[in-house]
Design a protein around this ligand. Sequence first.
Ligand SMILES: [Zn+2]
Length: 85
Amino acid sequence: MIACKQVAKALAEHRYYELPWWRRIPMFIHIRLCAMCGEYHQQVIDMQRGVKCYLEHEDTGDIEPACRLSDDAKKRIEAALKEQQ
Ligand SMILES: [Zn+2]
């Protein structure tokens, strides 16, 4: 399994969805299995996907209906915020 630092570095330098599949798969596995950084990096990926969605729809004027967080993403963010309090 790749190290937490490798996942953090890759997500800091690249957008997850722009990475080739052979780099995303080990990261995906790490994020699912790692208790230390998995939840945080899943939120980073959710945010990157949200930005991508926003940029794709920015010019078409249909940003609001198309760019909403999934219910799963909302629950993860809500849980993380409660954990911080
Ligand atoms: Zn980790």
